[in-house]
Write a protein that binds this ligand. Structure first.
Ligand SMILES: [Zn+2]
Ligand SMILES: [Zn+2]
Length: 579
């Protein structure tokens, strides 16, 4: 082991076994789920997700957990478990593998650089592999599929993988049997009584785990505010059948998440039953449909599926196009159609567009733009606001209660939610009689001993890691600048001074971008130039001729005039040249 690395506190002796869980993301936001489970000085990582940026993060591509915390402990990490294939659980893995780089110690008896064992269902691992291949880090991962109900040792921890229903097939809850007690993580789940593939959430195993004793339950809080239970995915199939009858003779274009293979199947089944031919559109749709067919999850007769390039051969009234873009993402298949920029589909009055997904918070504006554009083209649009064409993949309060009553944990820490969801879920936990229901946030750690659970606040960095293009972290300062640029614009003052005397040679000259454009601004600029000239003159008179001092004088003088006269705070940049 290399020097200078983090060493875990000495709390792992056999007399006082303890398990420490550090939350690196997902507690306080929906996205970038990631937790580190430490037992006996070794670490198991549970999910490495990403979050899509909000409008307050201009130019940011992705948001990740603070992976530096894991990098500092690279030689302690025994593996990663992916609970299911969604990007808020798997999308950060490529970045983690790159971050760990050569710090991954070679596995025993193997040569070359180390590979990090990654565990999950076969489908989950196949979905996650796409991103690892794109990022060319697939050779740093040792993909290790696990089956439903399987019990397997991952590093120092014996784990049980429990099937759960969700909006992507083959997800798991994970029970981690540690010397300090069993920790159960729910994964993302709902209790669908009639799942499309018949693979139910395994309540019998959850109950049996409860009988053996669950010390700590980490449970999905997404719908902790919602009363009742989430309807079965099957209900969407019924709605689809109705819509396909209602809109017989029209071309139907249906958008959904490509990873939601059961939704894809139900749309396809409704289309096939209505005698239609199916085409798929969108890069990830193509990839996931191929995967689903190969793995026997999607069932489509080959003679009823046509390549998108060939759809002109099919009568539009006999066609159903299943595509990506349910979130209105600007470059998605659906958004390109809405903008009349699709190479394959021109939408008009003979079309019906079904959006089979809810807009994730932050995407509402994009979805609205797409809906408006389709109506403008004369098409009919069906979305969850007007017909039951979507159900959530997350359980509501009744389901959360049912699971808590089955596993009867000593302690509950709600995960996977905004702060309000975590609070609702913790209150529900107290209602059902859980002794300790604690709200934790990103960066907090929970220490489990045979005596119970304690929370350490802010034990790890919790800030967002912003990814922009190939650059790892653009930082909060950059984002502050971007927001200021977007809202206030920029004002630059150029001035050339004599390097010996500090006297102004040329300027000051002011250039603005994205700032007020009005005749009155002319006066402000003249006044600002005068203020800069005066301020530099005063500094020079006092003998200050160094570049930094003059620059500061120029900036403050300019800023003060602009604030005073316009009540605005544009970015102010002084450019002082010495000759
Ligand atoms: Zn999920
Ligand atoms: Zn999730």
């Amino acid at each position: 082991m290399s020097g200078g690395c983090y060493r875990p506190p000495d709390m792992a002796g056999p007399k006082h076994p303890s398990t420490r869980i550090t939350f690196l993301g997902g507690l306080g936001e929906i996205g970038r789920n990631c937790a580190a489970i430490e037992v006996g000085g070794r670490i198991l990582v549970l999910d490495v997700g990403l979050m899509f940026p909000g409008p307050e993060m201009p130019g940011v591509d992705l948001v990740l957990p603070q992976l530096s915390w894991l990098r500092e402990r690279a030689d302690l990490i025994d593996g990663v478990i992916l609970t299911h294939g969604h990007e808020d659980h798997t999308g950060g893995l490529a970045y983690l593998l790159r971050e760990l780089g050569d710090a991954l110690p070679p596995r025993k008896g193997r040569s070359g650089h180390g590979r990090l064992p990654v565990y999950g269902s076969e489908l989950t691992l196949a979905m996650a592999s796409g991103r690892l291949e794109e990022a060319q880090v697939i050779d740093r991962a040792e993909m290790t599929p696990v089956g439903d109900g399987e019990r397997r040792r991952v590093g120092p921890i014996e784990c049980t993988f429990v099937p759960v229903t969700h909006s992507v097939p083959h997800g798991f809850a994970v029970a981690m049997h540690t010397p300090a007690g069993t920790v159960l993580h729910s994964g993302d789940f709902k209790l669908d009584p009639t799942p499309v593939d018949g693979r139910l959430t395994d309540m019998a195993t959850l109950k049996a785990l409860g009988d053996d004793g669950i010390a700590l339950f980490l449970s999905d809080s997404t719908n902790a505010d919602e009363p009742g239970a989430t309807p079965s995915e099957m209900t969407v199939g019924d709605s689809m059948a109705t819509l396909f009858r209602e809109y017989a003779g029209k071309r139907i274009i249906a958008a959904c998440f490509s990873s939601h293979l059961h939704r894809v199947q139900q749309i396809a089944t409704a289309a096939l039953d209505a005698g239609r031919t199916i085409a798929f559109l969108g890069r990830s749709m193509g990839r996931n449909v191929d995967l689903g067919r190969r793995m026997g999850i999607l069932h489509l007769p080959a003679d009823r599926v046509v390549d998108i390039e060939e759809v002109h051969r099919v009568d539009p009234g006999d066609l159903c196009i299943i595509c990506t873009g349910s979130q209105g993402e600007p470059l998605s298949a659906l958004a390109l159609m809405a903008a009349h920029e699709s190479r394959f589909v021109e939408v008009g009055p003979d079309d019906v567009v079904i959006i089979s997904a809810h807009a994730i918070p932050g995407n509402e504006a994009n979805v609205n733009r797409v809906i408006n554009a389709f109506f403008r083209a004369g098409a009919e649009v069906v979305h969850p606001g007007v017909a039951p064409v979507h159900v959530s993949g997350h359980g509501c309060r009744d389901e959360l209660r049912t699971v808590m009553e089955a596993v009867r944990p000593n302690a509950l820490v709600p995960v996977h939610g905004e702060f309000r969801h975590l609070v609702s879920h913790a209150r529900l936990g107290s209602e059902v009689g859980i002794r300790s229901a604690q709200v934790c946030e990103d960066g907090d750690a929970v220490v489990l001993t045979p005596g119970g659970v304690t929370v350490e606040r802010a034990a790890a960095p919790s800030g967002y890691l912003f990814v922009h293009g190939m650059v790892g972290d653009v930082g909060e300062g950059v984002l502050r600048d971007r927001r200021a640029l977007a809202e206030e614009g920029v004002v630059v003052v150029f001035v050339t001074v004599d390097a010996h005397t500090g006297e102004i040679v040329t300027g000051p000259e002011i250039v603005t971008r994205g700032w007020v454009y009005a005749p009155e601004a002319e006066d402000v600029l003249v006044e600002a130039e005068e203020a800069v000239r005066k301020s530099i003159g005063e500094a020079a008179a006092e003998g200050a001729v160094d570049y930094e001092t003059l620059r500061r004088h120029a900036r403050l003088a300019l800023r003060d005039v602009i604030r005073e006269r316009t009540r605005r705070r544009p970015i102010v940049i002084p450019v002082v040249l010495e000759v």
